[in-house]
Write a protein that binds this ligand. Structure first.
Ligand SMILES: [Zn+2]
Length: 73
């Protein structure tokens, strides 16, 4: 899996999902990420699959706010 996204402004492939400014979980597997490009500083938002190594963090956050994500029966 390629974790870096291309910036829509400067086209540098430098936007890392792990450095998101905001994340709106849409499904258990996908989220709308708010990202800032480290090259040009522009903001972008992108719907993207949640990286496997972020799943635990996302699920923990969902449990913390009492969100039902349909994975715990
Ligand atoms: Zn950029």
């Amino acid at each position: 899996m390629e974790p870096l996204l291309e910036c829509p402004q400067c086209h540098a492939r430098a936007m890392d999902l792990h450095d998101y400014e905001s994340m709106i979980v849409v499904t258990a597997r996908h989220a709308l990420f708010g990202l800032r490009c480290p090259h040009c500083g522009s903001r972008a938002s992108s719907m993207h699959p949640i990286p496997a190594d972020m799943q635990d963090e996302v699920l923990y956050a969902a449990v913390e706010v009492g969100a039902g994500m349909g994975l715990n029966g």
